[in-house]
Write a protein that binds this ligand. Structure first.
Ligand code: OOG
Ligand code: MG
Length: 256
């Protein structure tokens, strides 16, 4: 039986828009990875048609902690739109999500395009700035459970993010301490080293992976490097803050 890609793109887009969970696609259909990325592309096209703008790319499963938490061990990527950016220090409504979780990341801002096989120095040369970032992930699948192709089709669970101050990348980025606090109490600790040994490697991988879908990481776009620690569940009333050594802080509060 052939896979109805537009129907599955609509299913996942509607699930995200209405914050309602759906059954895993893999329960009833067998997707290739290529078909999963095509569903993702078409679901984001639906957002673009509604006026959202593409602003970058996110990487997933770039740390062992994330792979172990979700039982998926391949690098994945997703598409970011402007509507996913939440105000740094602002309030985010719980109603937007099915079962949101948050994880500490760093974000790159590119000053040059990148695509295909690039070296780490070339990737660094394309970086305008780096910032602490919190990613809110929200799987559109019931119980936050999925296969590799399921999560790829679901835009790699991407949902919202906050970004802190942009820093010029003059310093080594490969071992910066990360502390997440919830309502002032330490929740998780990590290091940028957890992200492929150096988050710059995640950018190198992003350039390679998007090229496989004929895409480019554009100048002016953001690339989220991936969670450095396991994600944790969000509840109304939580004030979540990430501090990355030498880069600064970003935070948000979850409201009704
Ligand atoms: C998939 C997204 C993974 C990351 O940073 O590793 C991801 C998920 O865990 O739901 O965003
Ligand atoms: Mg992430």
């Amino acid at each position: 039986m052939s896979v109805d890609i537009p129907r599955l793109a609509m299913l996942l887009d509607d699930a995200a828009r209405n914050a309602t969970a759906v059954a895993q696609i893999s329960a009833t259909e067998t997707l290739t990875l290529e078909q999963a990325y095509e569903i993702q592309r078409q679901s984001i096209e639906r957002r673009i048609a509604r006026g959202e703008r593409r602003i970058g790319t996110k990487m997933g499963f770039t740390s062992r902690a994330k792979m172990e938490q979700m039982g998926v061990s391949d690098l994945i990527w997703g598409r970011l739109t402007h509507a996913m950016i939440a105000e740094d220090g602002g309030t985010i409504s719980r109603k937007r999500f099915v079962h949101p979780r948050v994880e500490p990341e760093v974000a790159f801002l590119l000053r040059k395009p990148l695509s295909g096989i690039v070296t780490a120095p070339q990737a660094l040369d394309a970086v305008e700035a780096i910032a602490p970032a919190l990613e809110i992930i929200d799987s559109r699948y019931q119980n936050f459970r999925f296969s590799l192709t399921d999560v790829v089709a679901d835009n790699s669970s991407s949902s919202a993010l906050t970004i802190g101050p942009w820093n010029t990348p003059h310093q080594a980025l490969d071992n910066l301490g990360m502390v997440v606090t919830v309502n002032g109490r330490p929740q998780t600790f990590g290091s940028t080293a957890a992200i492929m040994g150096d988050p710059l490697r995640s950018l190198v991988a992003a350039a390679r992976l998007v090229a496989m879908s004929g895409e480019v990481l554009e100048a002016g776009h953001i690339v989220m490097a991936g969670g450095a620690t396991a994600a944790f569940e969000l509840f109304v009333g939580m004030h979540v803050q990430l501090e990355v050594e030498r880069l600064g802080r970003t935070s948000f509060t979850v409201a009704e």
